[in-house]
Write a protein that binds this ligand. Structure first.
Ligand SMILES: Nc1ncnc2c1ncn2[C@@H]1O[C@H](COP(=O)(O)OP(=O)(O)O)[C@@H](O)[C@H]1O
Ligand SMILES: [Mg+2]
Length: 514
Protein backbone atom coordinates (compact mmCIF):
# COMPACT_ATOMS: atom_id res chain seq x y z
CA UNK A 1 0.00 0.00 0.00
CA UNK A 2 2.74 2.41 1.06
CA UNK A 3 4.87 1.25 -1.86
CA UNK A 4 1.98 1.88 -4.22
CA UNK A 5 1.53 5.36 -2.77
CA UNK A 6 5.24 6.09 -3.11
CA UNK A 7 5.26 4.94 -6.70
CA UNK A 8 2.15 7.00 -7.43
CA UNK A 9 3.64 10.14 -5.91
CA UNK A 10 6.85 9.62 -7.90
CA UNK A 11 4.92 10.50 -11.06
CA UNK A 12 4.45 14.08 -9.91
CA UNK A 13 1.31 16.14 -10.40
CA UNK A 14 1.55 16.13 -14.20
CA UNK A 15 1.79 12.33 -14.46
CA UNK A 16 -0.96 11.87 -11.94
CA UNK A 17 -3.36 14.24 -13.69
CA UNK A 18 -2.72 12.67 -17.11
CA UNK A 19 -2.94 9.17 -15.63
CA UNK A 20 -6.15 9.94 -13.79
CA UNK A 21 -7.78 11.54 -16.85
CA UNK A 22 -6.69 8.67 -19.05
CA UNK A 23 -7.87 6.03 -16.58
CA UNK A 24 -11.19 7.81 -16.19
CA UNK A 25 -11.71 7.96 -19.95
CA UNK A 26 -10.71 4.32 -20.49
CA UNK A 27 -12.78 3.04 -17.57
CA UNK A 28 -15.87 5.02 -18.54
CA UNK A 29 -15.64 3.86 -22.16
CA UNK A 30 -15.04 0.26 -21.05
CA UNK A 31 -17.97 0.31 -18.62
CA UNK A 32 -20.19 1.94 -21.26
CA UNK A 33 -19.24 -0.78 -23.77
CA UNK A 34 -19.79 -3.55 -21.22
CA UNK A 35 -23.20 -2.21 -20.26
CA UNK A 36 -24.29 -1.02 -23.67
CA UNK A 37 -23.36 -3.86 -26.04
CA UNK A 38 -25.21 -6.73 -24.27
CA UNK A 39 -28.17 -4.41 -23.79
CA UNK A 40 -28.11 -3.47 -27.45
CA UNK A 41 -28.07 -7.16 -28.39
CA UNK A 42 -31.02 -7.90 -26.11
CA UNK A 43 -32.96 -4.91 -27.41
CA UNK A 44 -32.38 -5.87 -31.05
CA UNK A 45 -33.30 -9.51 -30.41
CA UNK A 46 -36.46 -8.47 -28.60
CA UNK A 47 -37.29 -6.14 -31.46
CA UNK A 48 -37.00 -9.10 -33.89
CA UNK A 49 -39.18 -11.16 -31.61
CA UNK A 50 -41.74 -8.37 -31.39
CA UNK A 51 -41.80 -7.82 -35.12
CA UNK A 52 -42.24 -11.56 -35.73
CA UNK A 53 -45.05 -11.65 -33.18
CA UNK A 54 -46.69 -8.65 -34.81
CA UNK A 55 -46.40 -10.14 -38.27
CA UNK A 56 -48.03 -13.40 -37.15
CA UNK A 57 -50.72 -11.64 -35.10
CA UNK A 58 -51.52 -9.58 -38.19
CA UNK A 59 -51.94 -12.77 -40.21
CA UNK A 60 -54.16 -14.60 -37.77
CA UNK A 61 -57.03 -14.38 -40.21
CA UNK A 62 -55.01 -16.28 -42.82
CA UNK A 63 -53.89 -18.79 -40.26
CA UNK A 64 -57.45 -19.45 -39.15
CA UNK A 65 -58.50 -19.98 -42.73
CA UNK A 66 -56.24 -23.02 -42.60
CA UNK A 67 -58.83 -24.66 -40.37
CA UNK A 68 -61.29 -24.60 -43.19
CA UNK A 69 -58.91 -26.28 -45.59
CA UNK A 70 -58.65 -29.46 -43.48
CA UNK A 71 -56.03 -30.37 -46.00
CA UNK A 72 -53.49 -31.16 -43.40
CA UNK A 73 -55.18 -34.38 -42.45
CA UNK A 74 -54.49 -35.79 -45.92
CA UNK A 75 -51.01 -37.14 -46.51
CA UNK A 76 -49.14 -35.39 -49.24
CA UNK A 77 -48.84 -38.53 -51.31
CA UNK A 78 -52.62 -38.93 -51.42
CA UNK A 79 -53.27 -35.76 -53.34
CA UNK A 80 -52.06 -36.91 -56.63
CA UNK A 81 -55.30 -36.53 -58.56
CA UNK A 82 -57.46 -38.77 -60.37
CA UNK A 83 -59.30 -35.61 -61.46
CA UNK A 84 -62.76 -37.08 -61.53
CA UNK A 85 -62.56 -38.34 -58.03
CA UNK A 86 -64.36 -36.03 -55.59
CA UNK A 87 -61.83 -36.49 -52.91
CA UNK A 88 -59.10 -35.88 -55.45
CA UNK A 89 -60.75 -32.64 -56.61
CA UNK A 90 -61.23 -31.50 -53.07
CA UNK A 91 -57.64 -32.32 -52.30
CA UNK A 92 -56.40 -30.51 -55.38
CA UNK A 93 -58.41 -27.46 -54.38
CA UNK A 94 -57.08 -27.65 -50.87
CA UNK A 95 -53.53 -28.11 -52.17
CA UNK A 96 -53.73 -24.99 -54.31
CA UNK A 97 -55.31 -23.02 -51.44
CA UNK A 98 -52.52 -24.11 -49.17
CA UNK A 99 -49.91 -23.24 -51.75
CA UNK A 100 -51.45 -19.76 -52.08
CA UNK A 101 -51.66 -19.33 -48.40
CA UNK A 102 -48.06 -20.32 -47.94
CA UNK A 103 -46.95 -17.86 -50.60
CA UNK A 104 -48.91 -15.04 -49.04
CA UNK A 105 -47.82 -15.68 -45.53
CA UNK A 106 -44.22 -16.17 -46.61
CA UNK A 107 -44.31 -12.73 -48.28
CA UNK A 108 -45.99 -11.06 -45.33
CA UNK A 109 -43.95 -12.60 -42.57
CA UNK A 110 -40.73 -12.05 -44.43
CA UNK A 111 -39.49 -14.87 -42.26
CA UNK A 112 -36.76 -17.07 -43.50
CA UNK A 113 -38.46 -20.32 -42.74
CA UNK A 114 -42.06 -21.28 -42.58
CA UNK A 115 -43.17 -24.80 -41.75
CA UNK A 116 -46.63 -26.14 -41.49
CA UNK A 117 -46.86 -29.34 -39.48
CA UNK A 118 -49.97 -31.38 -39.55
CA UNK A 119 -50.76 -33.26 -37.60
CA UNK A 120 -48.42 -33.09 -34.64
CA UNK A 121 -48.37 -36.21 -32.56
CA UNK A 122 -48.30 -36.40 -28.80
CA UNK A 123 -44.51 -36.70 -28.77
CA UNK A 124 -44.24 -33.41 -30.57
CA UNK A 125 -43.19 -34.91 -33.88
CA UNK A 126 -44.10 -32.78 -36.83
CA UNK A 127 -45.35 -34.05 -40.13
CA UNK A 128 -44.52 -31.22 -42.42
CA UNK A 129 -46.86 -30.54 -45.30
CA UNK A 130 -46.80 -28.20 -48.26
CA UNK A 131 -43.92 -27.11 -50.43
CA UNK A 132 -41.16 -27.31 -47.89
CA UNK A 133 -37.65 -26.21 -48.54
CA UNK A 134 -35.55 -29.42 -48.63
CA UNK A 135 -32.93 -27.84 -46.33
CA UNK A 136 -35.70 -26.88 -43.92
CA UNK A 137 -37.09 -30.43 -43.94
CA UNK A 138 -33.62 -31.77 -43.19
CA UNK A 139 -33.28 -29.30 -40.34
CA UNK A 140 -36.66 -30.32 -38.93
CA UNK A 141 -35.71 -33.97 -39.19
CA UNK A 142 -32.43 -33.35 -37.42
CA UNK A 143 -33.94 -31.43 -34.54
CA UNK A 144 -36.76 -33.69 -33.52
CA UNK A 145 -38.65 -33.56 -31.34
CA UNK A 146 -39.50 -29.88 -31.87
CA UNK A 147 -39.71 -28.69 -28.35
CA UNK A 148 -41.52 -25.40 -28.90
CA UNK A 149 -43.86 -26.88 -31.49
CA UNK A 150 -44.51 -29.71 -29.11
CA UNK A 151 -45.16 -27.21 -26.33
CA UNK A 152 -47.50 -25.16 -28.45
CA UNK A 153 -49.37 -28.29 -29.35
CA UNK A 154 -49.50 -30.11 -26.04
CA UNK A 155 -50.05 -27.16 -23.68
CA UNK A 156 -51.88 -26.14 -25.85
CA UNK A 157 -50.72 -22.53 -26.27
CA UNK A 158 -52.32 -20.71 -29.06
CA UNK A 159 -49.19 -18.80 -29.62
CA UNK A 160 -45.65 -19.44 -28.56
CA UNK A 161 -42.53 -17.45 -29.38
CA UNK A 162 -38.96 -18.05 -28.23
CA UNK A 163 -35.30 -17.77 -29.11
CA UNK A 164 -33.53 -20.91 -30.28
CA UNK A 165 -31.08 -22.54 -27.87
CA UNK A 166 -28.01 -21.08 -29.58
CA UNK A 167 -29.62 -17.64 -29.89
CA UNK A 168 -29.26 -17.69 -33.71
CA UNK A 169 -32.97 -17.58 -34.51
CA UNK A 170 -36.25 -16.40 -33.11
CA UNK A 171 -39.06 -18.89 -33.54
CA UNK A 172 -42.81 -18.72 -33.30
CA UNK A 173 -45.26 -21.61 -33.19
CA UNK A 174 -49.02 -21.21 -33.46
CA UNK A 175 -51.41 -24.04 -32.80
CA UNK A 176 -54.51 -23.99 -34.95
CA UNK A 177 -56.89 -26.14 -32.93
CA UNK A 178 -59.59 -26.67 -35.55
CA UNK A 179 -57.04 -27.87 -38.09
CA UNK A 180 -54.98 -29.74 -35.46
CA UNK A 181 -52.03 -28.11 -37.09
CA UNK A 182 -49.04 -26.04 -36.07
CA UNK A 183 -47.52 -23.23 -38.05
CA UNK A 184 -43.88 -22.84 -37.32
CA UNK A 185 -41.98 -19.69 -38.31
CA UNK A 186 -38.29 -19.01 -37.89
CA UNK A 187 -36.40 -15.81 -38.44
CA UNK A 188 -32.62 -15.54 -38.39
CA UNK A 189 -30.92 -13.27 -35.88
CA UNK A 190 -27.68 -13.04 -37.84
CA UNK A 191 -28.38 -9.39 -38.56
CA UNK A 192 -28.54 -8.68 -34.84
CA UNK A 193 -25.06 -10.13 -34.36
CA UNK A 194 -23.84 -8.10 -37.31
CA UNK A 195 -25.34 -4.89 -35.95
CA UNK A 196 -23.80 -5.50 -32.52
CA UNK A 197 -20.42 -6.22 -34.07
CA UNK A 198 -20.64 -3.00 -36.09
CA UNK A 199 -21.49 -1.01 -32.97
CA UNK A 200 -18.61 -2.69 -31.12
CA UNK A 201 -16.20 -1.72 -33.91
CA UNK A 202 -17.53 1.86 -33.84
CA UNK A 203 -17.06 1.83 -30.09
CA UNK A 204 -13.46 0.70 -30.38
CA UNK A 205 -12.67 3.44 -32.90
CA UNK A 206 -14.41 6.05 -30.71
CA UNK A 207 -12.44 4.83 -27.67
CA UNK A 208 -9.14 5.11 -29.51
CA UNK A 209 -9.99 8.62 -30.74
CA UNK A 210 -11.20 9.65 -27.25
CA UNK A 211 -7.99 8.43 -25.62
CA UNK A 212 -5.78 10.20 -28.16
CA UNK A 213 -7.80 13.42 -27.76
CA UNK A 214 -7.67 13.11 -23.97
CA UNK A 215 -3.90 12.78 -24.13
CA UNK A 216 -3.62 15.74 -26.49
CA UNK A 217 -5.70 17.89 -24.14
CA UNK A 218 -4.57 16.56 -20.75
CA UNK A 219 -0.82 16.65 -21.27
CA UNK A 220 -0.52 20.37 -22.18
CA UNK A 221 -3.16 21.28 -19.58
CA UNK A 222 -1.38 19.42 -16.80
CA UNK A 223 1.96 20.83 -17.96
CA UNK A 224 0.66 24.40 -17.82
CA UNK A 225 -0.86 23.84 -14.40
CA UNK A 226 2.36 22.38 -13.05
CA UNK A 227 4.44 25.23 -14.51
CA UNK A 228 2.18 27.82 -12.87
CA UNK A 229 2.41 26.00 -9.54
CA UNK A 230 6.18 25.75 -9.86
CA UNK A 231 6.43 29.50 -10.44
CA UNK A 232 4.37 30.07 -7.28
CA UNK A 233 6.53 27.64 -5.31
CA UNK A 234 9.68 29.40 -6.48
CA UNK A 235 8.30 32.78 -5.42
CA UNK A 236 7.21 31.41 -2.03
CA UNK A 237 10.66 29.94 -1.46
CA UNK A 238 12.30 33.26 -2.31
CA UNK A 239 9.97 35.01 0.12
CA UNK A 240 10.88 32.45 2.79
CA UNK A 241 14.62 33.08 2.39
CA UNK A 242 14.06 36.80 2.77
CA UNK A 243 13.80 38.11 -0.80
CA UNK A 244 10.72 40.16 -0.04
CA UNK A 245 11.17 42.34 -3.09
CA UNK A 246 11.02 39.35 -5.46
CA UNK A 247 7.26 39.63 -6.00
CA UNK A 248 4.84 36.92 -7.00
CA UNK A 249 4.38 36.15 -10.70
CA UNK A 250 1.32 37.90 -12.12
CA UNK A 251 -1.25 35.21 -12.91
CA UNK A 252 -4.31 36.74 -14.49
CA UNK A 253 -6.14 33.44 -15.05
CA UNK A 254 -9.59 33.33 -13.49
CA UNK A 255 -9.17 29.96 -11.80
CA UNK A 256 -8.03 28.47 -8.49
CA UNK A 257 -4.30 28.74 -9.25
CA UNK A 258 -4.80 32.36 -10.34
CA UNK A 259 -6.68 32.98 -7.09
CA UNK A 260 -3.84 31.36 -5.16
CA UNK A 261 -1.26 33.56 -6.90
CA UNK A 262 -3.33 36.66 -6.16
CA UNK A 263 -3.77 35.63 -2.51
CA UNK A 264 -0.02 35.10 -2.28
CA UNK A 265 0.68 38.54 -3.62
CA UNK A 266 -1.81 40.10 -1.21
CA UNK A 267 -0.11 38.17 1.59
CA UNK A 268 3.28 39.39 0.43
CA UNK A 269 2.08 43.01 0.28
CA UNK A 270 0.64 42.70 3.78
CA UNK A 271 3.84 41.13 5.08
CA UNK A 272 5.83 43.96 3.54
CA UNK A 273 3.54 46.58 5.08
CA UNK A 274 3.66 44.85 8.46
CA UNK A 275 7.41 44.60 8.30
CA UNK A 276 7.70 48.29 7.41
CA UNK A 277 5.29 49.23 10.20
CA UNK A 278 7.22 47.09 12.67
CA UNK A 279 10.54 48.68 11.69
CA UNK A 280 9.10 52.19 11.89
CA UNK A 281 7.62 51.35 15.27
CA UNK A 282 10.86 49.99 16.69
CA UNK A 283 12.82 52.95 15.29
CA UNK A 284 10.38 55.49 16.71
CA UNK A 285 10.08 53.70 20.03
CA UNK A 286 13.86 53.57 20.49
CA UNK A 287 14.15 57.19 19.49
CA UNK A 288 11.43 58.15 21.98
CA UNK A 289 13.18 56.15 24.67
CA UNK A 290 16.58 57.68 23.94
CA UNK A 291 15.51 61.29 24.38
CA UNK A 292 14.16 61.08 27.96
CA UNK A 293 16.97 58.67 28.91
CA UNK A 294 19.62 61.11 27.63
CA UNK A 295 18.06 64.03 29.46
CA UNK A 296 17.70 61.89 32.60
CA UNK A 297 21.34 61.00 32.42
CA UNK A 298 22.32 64.66 31.93
CA UNK A 299 20.25 65.67 34.96
CA UNK A 300 21.79 62.96 37.11
CA UNK A 301 25.27 64.13 36.15
CA UNK A 302 24.39 67.72 37.06
CA UNK A 303 22.89 66.42 40.28
CA UNK A 304 26.13 64.60 41.06
CA UNK A 305 28.08 67.80 40.37
CA UNK A 306 25.75 69.74 42.69
CA UNK A 307 26.09 67.22 45.50
CA UNK A 308 29.76 66.30 45.22
CA UNK A 309 31.15 69.86 45.02
CA UNK A 310 32.86 71.55 47.90
CA UNK A 311 29.66 73.43 48.60
CA UNK A 312 26.68 71.26 47.65
CA UNK A 313 23.98 73.32 45.88
CA UNK A 314 20.94 71.72 47.45
CA UNK A 315 18.41 74.10 45.93
CA UNK A 316 19.54 73.35 42.39
CA UNK A 317 19.81 69.66 43.25
CA UNK A 318 16.22 69.57 44.46
CA UNK A 319 14.98 71.28 41.24
CA UNK A 320 16.98 68.79 39.17
CA UNK A 321 15.52 65.94 41.16
CA UNK A 322 11.98 67.15 40.43
CA UNK A 323 12.72 67.34 36.69
CA UNK A 324 14.37 63.91 36.81
CA UNK A 325 11.22 62.54 38.47
CA UNK A 326 9.06 63.98 35.68
CA UNK A 327 11.31 62.32 33.08
CA UNK A 328 11.25 58.98 34.87
CA UNK A 329 7.41 59.16 35.09
CA UNK A 330 7.30 59.82 31.33
CA UNK A 331 9.57 56.84 30.76
CA UNK A 332 7.35 54.66 32.93
CA UNK A 333 4.31 55.79 30.91
CA UNK A 334 6.08 55.08 27.64
CA UNK A 335 7.00 51.60 28.88
CA UNK A 336 3.35 50.99 29.86
CA UNK A 337 2.12 52.23 26.45
CA UNK A 338 4.61 50.05 24.57
CA UNK A 339 3.53 47.07 26.64
CA UNK A 340 -0.12 47.78 25.79
CA UNK A 341 0.67 48.03 22.09
CA UNK A 342 2.65 44.79 22.11
CA UNK A 343 -0.33 43.09 23.77
CA UNK A 344 -2.67 44.50 21.12
CA UNK A 345 -0.31 43.37 18.33
CA UNK A 346 -0.02 39.92 19.86
CA UNK A 347 -3.84 39.83 19.91
CA UNK A 348 -3.96 38.84 23.58
CA UNK A 349 -7.58 37.89 24.27
CA UNK A 350 -9.72 40.55 25.95
CA UNK A 351 -12.48 39.71 28.38
CA UNK A 352 -16.05 40.15 27.26
CA UNK A 353 -18.47 40.62 30.12
CA UNK A 354 -21.33 42.91 31.10
CA UNK A 355 -20.06 46.11 32.71
CA UNK A 356 -22.03 49.04 34.06
CA UNK A 357 -20.56 52.15 32.47
CA UNK A 358 -21.78 54.62 35.14
CA UNK A 359 -20.14 52.69 37.95
CA UNK A 360 -16.92 52.15 36.00
CA UNK A 361 -16.84 55.85 35.00
CA UNK A 362 -17.20 57.03 38.59
CA UNK A 363 -14.38 54.71 39.73
CA UNK A 364 -11.99 56.07 37.07
CA UNK A 365 -13.05 59.69 37.73
CA UNK A 366 -12.11 59.26 41.38
CA UNK A 367 -8.50 58.63 40.31
CA UNK A 368 -8.46 62.12 38.73
CA UNK A 369 -9.64 63.97 41.87
CA UNK A 370 -6.14 65.14 42.84
CA UNK A 371 -4.71 66.10 39.43
CA UNK A 372 -7.93 67.88 38.41
CA UNK A 373 -8.02 69.83 41.67
CA UNK A 374 -4.35 70.75 41.17
CA UNK A 375 -5.19 72.21 37.75
CA UNK A 376 -8.41 73.87 38.88
CA UNK A 377 -10.55 71.83 36.46
CA UNK A 378 -13.85 70.18 37.42
CA UNK A 379 -14.68 66.73 36.05
CA UNK A 380 -18.34 65.72 36.16
CA UNK A 381 -20.19 62.57 35.18
CA UNK A 382 -23.83 62.43 34.17
CA UNK A 383 -25.80 59.34 33.24
CA UNK A 384 -29.44 58.63 32.41
CA UNK A 385 -30.36 57.77 36.00
CA UNK A 386 -30.35 54.04 35.26
CA UNK A 387 -27.61 51.47 34.69
CA UNK A 388 -26.03 51.30 31.21
CA UNK A 389 -24.74 47.83 30.45
CA UNK A 390 -22.04 47.17 27.88
CA UNK A 391 -20.37 43.93 26.82
CA UNK A 392 -16.65 44.68 27.06
CA UNK A 393 -13.35 44.19 28.84
CA UNK A 394 -13.52 46.30 32.03
CA UNK A 395 -9.73 46.94 32.15
CA UNK A 396 -9.67 48.17 28.55
CA UNK A 397 -12.70 50.44 28.96
CA UNK A 398 -11.10 51.99 32.07
CA UNK A 399 -7.82 52.38 30.14
CA UNK A 400 -9.56 54.23 27.29
CA UNK A 401 -11.38 56.53 29.73
CA UNK A 402 -8.08 57.29 31.48
CA UNK A 403 -6.42 58.14 28.14
CA UNK A 404 -9.30 60.50 27.23
CA UNK A 405 -9.39 62.19 30.66
CA UNK A 406 -5.61 62.51 30.73
CA UNK A 407 -5.60 64.26 27.33
CA UNK A 408 -8.56 66.47 28.25
CA UNK A 409 -7.03 67.47 31.58
CA UNK A 410 -3.80 68.39 29.83
CA UNK A 411 -5.46 70.87 27.44
CA UNK A 412 -8.34 72.11 29.63
CA UNK A 413 -7.95 75.76 30.71
CA UNK A 414 -8.05 76.52 34.42
CA UNK A 415 -11.57 76.91 35.77
CA UNK A 416 -13.10 74.94 32.88
CA UNK A 417 -15.14 71.74 33.04
CA UNK A 418 -14.60 68.28 31.65
CA UNK A 419 -17.88 66.48 31.18
CA UNK A 420 -18.31 62.73 30.98
CA UNK A 421 -21.68 61.44 29.71
CA UNK A 422 -22.92 57.87 29.94
CA UNK A 423 -25.60 57.07 27.34
CA UNK A 424 -27.39 53.84 26.58
CA UNK A 425 -28.99 54.51 23.17
CA UNK A 426 -28.55 53.56 20.44
CA UNK A 427 -25.47 51.82 21.85
CA UNK A 428 -23.83 52.09 25.25
CA UNK A 429 -21.42 55.03 24.96
CA UNK A 430 -18.99 57.05 27.05
CA UNK A 431 -18.51 60.66 25.90
CA UNK A 432 -15.67 62.88 27.17
CA UNK A 433 -15.97 66.57 26.35
CA UNK A 434 -13.59 69.39 27.30
CA UNK A 435 -13.31 73.14 26.78
CA UNK A 436 -9.75 73.16 25.49
CA UNK A 437 -8.44 74.30 22.10
CA UNK A 438 -9.99 71.34 20.21
CA UNK A 439 -8.36 69.44 17.38
CA UNK A 440 -7.43 71.15 14.12
CA UNK A 441 -9.23 69.82 11.04
CA UNK A 442 -6.05 68.46 9.40
CA UNK A 443 -5.08 66.60 12.60
CA UNK A 444 -8.36 64.76 13.13
CA UNK A 445 -7.28 61.50 11.51
CA UNK A 446 -3.60 61.82 12.34
CA UNK A 447 -3.95 61.90 16.14
CA UNK A 448 -5.23 58.28 16.19
CA UNK A 449 -2.00 56.99 14.62
CA UNK A 450 0.90 55.64 16.66
CA UNK A 451 3.50 58.21 17.77
CA UNK A 452 1.53 61.03 16.14
CA UNK A 453 0.95 64.16 18.21
CA UNK A 454 -1.05 67.24 17.42
CA UNK A 455 -0.32 70.85 18.09
CA UNK A 456 -2.38 70.98 21.28
CA UNK A 457 -0.22 69.12 23.76
CA UNK A 458 -0.97 71.15 26.87
CA UNK A 459 2.67 71.90 27.46
CA UNK A 460 3.67 68.46 28.61
CA UNK A 461 4.60 66.39 25.54
CA UNK A 462 3.24 62.84 25.47
CA UNK A 463 4.35 60.15 23.06
CA UNK A 464 1.34 60.17 20.78
CA UNK A 465 0.34 56.60 21.70
CA UNK A 466 -2.77 57.13 23.89
CA UNK A 467 -5.44 57.57 21.22
CA UNK A 468 -3.88 54.83 19.04
CA UNK A 469 -4.12 52.40 21.97
CA UNK A 470 -7.65 53.62 22.78
CA UNK A 471 -8.95 53.14 19.22
CA UNK A 472 -7.39 49.68 18.78
CA UNK A 473 -8.75 48.48 22.14
CA UNK A 474 -12.22 49.81 21.25
CA UNK A 475 -12.15 48.00 17.92
CA UNK A 476 -10.98 44.77 19.52
CA UNK A 477 -14.08 44.94 21.76
CA UNK A 478 -16.32 45.38 18.71
CA UNK A 479 -16.79 49.10 19.37
CA UNK A 480 -15.24 52.35 18.17
CA UNK A 481 -13.49 55.47 19.42
CA UNK A 482 -14.07 58.64 17.41
CA UNK A 483 -13.53 62.36 17.67
CA UNK A 484 -16.90 64.07 17.21
CA UNK A 485 -17.30 66.78 14.61
CA UNK A 486 -16.79 69.86 16.73
CA UNK A 487 -19.67 72.28 16.86
CA UNK A 488 -18.05 74.53 19.38
CA UNK A 489 -14.82 75.07 21.30
CA UNK A 490 -13.12 72.07 22.88
CA UNK A 491 -12.93 68.44 21.80
CA UNK A 492 -15.46 65.64 22.29
CA UNK A 493 -14.45 61.96 22.04
CA UNK A 494 -17.04 59.15 21.91
CA UNK A 495 -16.36 55.56 22.92
CA UNK A 496 -19.09 53.30 21.53
CA UNK A 497 -19.42 49.74 22.87
CA UNK A 498 -21.61 46.69 22.33
CA UNK A 499 -24.80 46.44 24.35
CA UNK A 500 -25.21 43.72 27.00
CA UNK A 501 -28.28 42.30 28.65
CA UNK A 502 -28.46 43.57 32.22
CA UNK A 503 -27.25 40.62 34.29
CA UNK A 504 -29.15 39.24 37.28
CA UNK A 505 -28.50 41.29 40.40
CA UNK A 506 -26.58 38.59 42.29
CA UNK A 507 -23.61 38.78 39.92
CA UNK A 508 -23.20 42.51 39.34
CA UNK A 509 -19.53 43.06 38.60
CA UNK A 510 -17.89 45.72 40.66
CA UNK A 511 -15.57 48.38 39.34
CA UNK A 512 -12.78 46.81 41.35
CA UNK A 513 -9.85 45.59 39.33
CA UNK A 514 -10.23 48.13 36.53
N1 LIG B 1 -8.89 66.60 24.28
C1 LIG B 1 -8.03 66.98 23.33
N2 LIG B 1 -8.05 68.28 22.87
C2 LIG B 1 -7.18 68.66 21.90
N3 LIG B 1 -6.25 67.84 21.32
C3 LIG B 1 -6.19 66.57 21.75
C4 LIG B 1 -7.07 66.07 22.77
N4 LIG B 1 -6.78 64.76 22.96
C5 LIG B 1 -5.77 64.48 22.11
N5 LIG B 1 -5.42 65.54 21.39
C6 LIG B 1 -4.37 65.60 20.34
O1 LIG B 1 -4.12 64.27 19.92
C7 LIG B 1 -2.74 63.98 20.00
C8 LIG B 1 -2.53 62.52 20.28
O2 LIG B 1 -3.00 62.17 21.57
P1 LIG B 1 -2.47 60.88 22.25
O3 LIG B 1 -2.53 59.80 21.28
O4 LIG B 1 -3.19 60.70 23.53
O5 LIG B 1 -0.96 61.21 22.47
P2 LIG B 1 -0.27 62.15 23.53
O6 LIG B 1 -1.29 62.40 24.58
O7 LIG B 1 0.84 61.34 23.96
O8 LIG B 1 0.11 63.35 22.77
C9 LIG B 1 -2.24 64.86 21.09
O9 LIG B 1 -0.87 65.14 20.90
C10 LIG B 1 -3.09 66.09 20.91
O10 LIG B 1 -2.53 66.96 19.97
MG1 LIG C 1 -2.50 61.06 25.45
Amino acid sequence: MLLARLRWSAFGLRGRIVGAVLATTAISLGVAALVLLPRLETVLKNASKASLTKAIEGNRGDLNSLSRIRYTLIPLTAIVPPKHNDLGRQAALAASKLANWEKQIRARLAAQNLTVCAPVDAQGYCNPVGQQDPAELADIAASRPFDDRHLAFVAPHHFYVSFSAGGGTVRAAIYIRSADAIVFVRSSLDEVGGAVAAVRRAFEIAAAVAIVLTLLVAIPLAGRLVRRLQRLRQAALQLAIGGKSAGFPADRARDEVGDLARSFSIMQRRLRQQEEARRAFVATASHELRTPLASLEGMLELLADDLHGDEPDLEDASALLDRARVQSRRLARLAADLLDLSRIDAEVALRSEPIELGELGRAVLAEFDLPSAARGVAITLSDEGRPTWALADPGSVARILRILLDNALRVAPEGSQIRVFVRSTPDPTLVVSDEGPGVAQEERALIFERFKRGRATGGEAGFGLGLAIGRELAQRMGGSLVLNDSDGPGATFTLRLQAAESPSTDRLPSAAGV
